[in-house]
Design a protein around this ligand. Structure first.
Ligand SMILES: [Cu+2]
Length: 251
C-alpha cells in the first residue's frame, strides 16, 4: 500500500545525521521503486535557505529519545505571508504516544467547523491549532488528514495565530509540511518548484507498525495569518504530486 508511484525514502544509515545531511544538501539514498524514474540513483534534497539553521544532533531513527534537537529547530522568518510568518523548520515536539496523539487531534478540532460534504474545515477563532496528520492509517495513502477530513480546504481568519502541528502518522515514509502560494499541480521536486511561505522540516515515520504501540514524531511552529489563498503540501519529493496537498484560505 506504500509504493504506488512514490519513491521510498531510506535514511542512508542510522549514523547519518539528517540535519547535517539536509543543511549540506547531501543526497538521500533512494531505494529503487516500481516507478522510480532513475533507479539506483540518489536524489538530492536541498534545504531552503531560510531553513538552514539546523541542529547537529544525529538523527535518532527508531529511537524514542529524540525529544529535542532532532533537526531543523531554527526559526527564521520568511515568506509570502509577511514578516510575521515564520517557520524555518519548526520546533520538534519529539515523539508522542497514541493517546497523546488522540488528545492532540481533539485539541485541534476545538473551534473547528467541519463540513464533510464540502470537505472544508473552518476556524472562526483568532487562535487556531491546526493538527496535520501525514498519511495516517485508514485514509488514502499519501494524503493529509485534518480534523477527520482528507486534504480539506482550511479556512482561517486573517491576523489569527495559527499553530501548525505536523504529526507523521505514516509507517515507512518521511513527511514534512509546507505552505505556498503556488497552486498545484506540483513537480516531483515540489520543494524546488514552489515559493515557500511556511515550512516544517520532514519527520521520520512512526516508530512501529502497530498504531496502538507506535510513537509519532511531531513538529510545530506558529505564525500570524495574512489574507490570501495558500496551499499546504508535503515537500518530500513525489509526495505533493501523489496527493499530499490541499488549500488554506485566509479571509
Ligand atoms: Cu510526505
Amino acid at each position: 500500500m506504500k509504493s504506488q508511484g512514490v519513491t521510498r525514502w531510506v535514511i542512508a544509515g542510522a549514523s547519518l545525521g539528517l540535519s547535517a545531511a539536509l543543511s549540506a544538501g547531501v543526497a538521500f539514498a533512494v531505494a529503487p521503486g516500481p516507478t522510480t524514474p532513475t533507479p539506483s540513483q540518489a536524489t538530492s534534497m536541498t534545504t531552503p535557505p531560510s531553513a538552514a539553521s539546523t541542529s547537529s544532533t544525529g538523527f535518532p531513527m527508531g529511537s524514542l529519545g529524540g525529544a529535542t534537537g532532532m533537526m531543523g529547530d531554527g526559526a527564521t522568518a520568511y515568506g509570502a505571508m509577511g514578516s510575521s510568518m515564520t517557520g524555518g523548520g519548526g520546533a520538534s515536539g519529539g515523539a508522542i504516544t497514541n493517546a497523546s496523539l488522540a488528545a492532540l487531534v481533539s485539541r485541534g478540532e476545538q473551534g473547528a467547523s467541519v463540513d464533510p460534504t464540502a470537505n472544508t474545515v473552518t476556524y472562526k477563532g483568532q487562535t487556531v491549532t491546526l493538527v496535520a496528520l501525514a498519511s495516517p492509517d485508514g485514509k488514502p495513502n499519501m494524503t493529509w488528514e485534518i480534523d477527520g477530513l482528507v486534504n480539506p480546504t482550511v479556512m482561517v481568519r486573517p491576523a489569527a495565530q495559527l499553530d501548525v502541528v505536523l504529526v507523521n502518522t505514516d509507517w515507512g515514509y518521511m513527511h514534512g509540511f509546507e505552505l505556498t502560494t503556488t497552486p498545484p499541480p506540483y513537480p516531483y521536486m515540489a520543494m524546488a518548484g514552489v515559493a515557500p511561505s511556511f515550512f516544517l522540516m520532514p519527520l521520520p515515520p512512526r516508530t512501529a507498525k502497530d498504531t496502538a504501540t507506535a510513537s509519532y514524531y511531531t513538529r510545530s511552529a506558529s505564525f500570524t495569518t495574512a489574507s490570501g489563498t495558500y496551499h499546504y503540501l508535503c515537500p518530500v519529493p513525489g509526495h505533493a504530486a501523489a496527493g499530499m496537498s490541499g488549500m488554506l484560505v485566509v479571509r
